[in-house]
Design a protein. Structure first.
Length: 443
């Protein structure tokens, strides 16, 4: 094929109109080849407005449309091309897709033709062009080509046409009112060309900010005393990283390609799955389909909504201990969920080596119901057994020098304690600098 080759200009050449047409084709091919690889999927709509009044009389019509066809042909109507004739839909007709169409460029097929000729890519029209020089004012009639756009449906023959789906008809009712699928998103060059796709970014920014604020409030609650798990910090870090990025995409929606937005959203969904998925593994995500953005973005949006709306329970709940007479510490187990379906962990720090504290504390501590703690101490009865843990539970905040002990919640005395709703702790001897924290850990 030589239709797009550069002209070999030579001295004394007899110029024909074909020389200029060949030069135009070569220039278009040069621009297309040099810029096509700069952006993935360099085609789609940049602007579209449907004539909503036409939907009430059985028609699908455009008020304006602009973009680039898959073959690289730019179009813009009604300024650089006439708006295509509306699609007429019969009463009671079913679902169909409406396409914006233009003849493909083919060797041997006319590129320009009069408006009455249906198989030309461009309609030839006369235009009175002004001289751009400042010292002249005359005009000249020249012929210009305006893209011959048309609208087609699934029932129409589309072979030989470059097509972009622009609307999906659900039904045409008996009164000729046309019902469109408002969830349909056409192929786009920019996110801002479609309110629904732009709205996805706006929604995610709102969800990110809401969830980040909720986690930050919980972490800053003095009653929790640093009880936030490392997962809370990591998730807040992920949210704080993603929020300004997605907000940037949302604010620059008129410049952002949908594939770039999809890339960021799918990465965010995978990152959040670390914290919210039942198996902590990112689910399978759809491949990007430029011809069908709704099928691409909808599953990712569902996953993001699930992740950002998931209830993240604080699995570790502190039980404040109040020091009372005779060195007895008392804590109220107000959360019913901690009484029968949780493990109880005692964290201890003191001015002793950690290993010495780990050996000494189980022999000196007495734990039981408030109403029986005096009896347990005075009669030297065993309290709720405790056993040292080799490492700190992952649900608890890390504190250097702390030693952790787990209460035996299978002991009968624990059941009495939990039923009473209060726990008492007594130590037989004073341990210098002792600080005790009691935690309930669900699950």
């Amino acid at each position: 094929m030589k239709t797009d080759n550069r002209i070999a200009w030579t001295e004394g050449m007899f110029l024909r109109v074909q020389h200029f047409q060949q030069a135009d084709r070569w220039t278009e091919r040069l621009v297309r080849d040099r810029t096509g690889a700069l952006t993935p999927y360099p085609w789609g709509l940049t602007q579209i407005a449907l004539d909503r009044s036409a939907l009430g009389v059985g028609r699908v019509a455009l008020s304006s449309v602009a973009g680039i066809l898959p073959d690289g042909t730019p179009f813009s109507a009604p300024d650089l091309a006439d708006l295509p004739a509306p699609v007429e839909l019969a009463e009671g007709s079913g679902a169909t897709t409406v396409y914006l169409a233009m003849q493909m460029r083919r060797s041997g097929q006319p590129e320009y033709g009069p408006a009455a000729r249906p198989n030309a890519r461009h309609k030839r029209e006369e235009y009175e062009a002004e001289d751009a020089n400042s010292d002249t004012s005359f005009t000249a009639a020249i012929d210009v080509g305006r893209a011959a756009l048309s609208l087609k449906t699934d029932a129409d023959e589309r072979e030989g046409f470059e097509c972009l789906p622009i609307a999906r008809v659900v039904e045409t009712r008996a009164d000729l009112s046309v019902v469109l699928d408002e969830a349909m998103i056409p192929p786009l060059m920019i996110v801002g060309a479609n309110p629904r796709l732009h709205g996805y970014l706006t929604e995610i920014v709102g969800l990110l900010r809401h969830r980040a604020a909720a986690i930050a409030r919980r972490m800053g609650d003095p009653s929790i005393r640093g009880a936030a798990e490392i997962g809370d910090y990591m998730m807040l870090q992920a949210l704080n990283r993603a929020t300004p990025l997605i907000a940037h995409l949302e604010g620059q929606a008129g410049q952002i390609h949908p594939e770039g937005a999809f890339r960021q959203l799918v990465a965010l969904a995978g990152e959040l799955a670390t914290f919210t998925a039942s198996d902590n593994v990112a689910p399978d995500m759809p491949q990007y389909l430029h011809m069908d953005p709704e099928a691409t973005f909808a599953p990712v949006m569902d996953e993001l909504r699930r992740s950002l709306s998931a209830v993240l329970d604080q699995s570790a709940t502190p039980i404040p201990l109040e020091l009372r007479r005779h060195g007895v510490r008392v804590g109220m187990i107000a959360d019913a969920g901690l009484k029968h379906d949780a493990s109880m962990v005692l964290a201890a720090r003191a001015d002793l080596p950690a290993e010495q504290l780990r050996r000494a504390l189980p022999n000196q501590i007495k734990i039981g119901p408030v109403e029986r703690i005096a009896e347990l101490v005075n009669v030297a009865l065993p309290g709720i057994p405790v056993r040292p843990l080799p490492v700190a539970p992952r649900q608890l905040p890390y504190r250097a020098g702390s030693v952790y002990f787990e209460l035996d919640t299978s002991d009968d005395l624990w059941r009495t304690t939990s039923d009473g709703g209060a726990i008492a702790i007594h130590l037989a001897t004073d341990i210098p600098g002792l600080d005790l924290e009691l935690w309930g850990i669900r699950g």
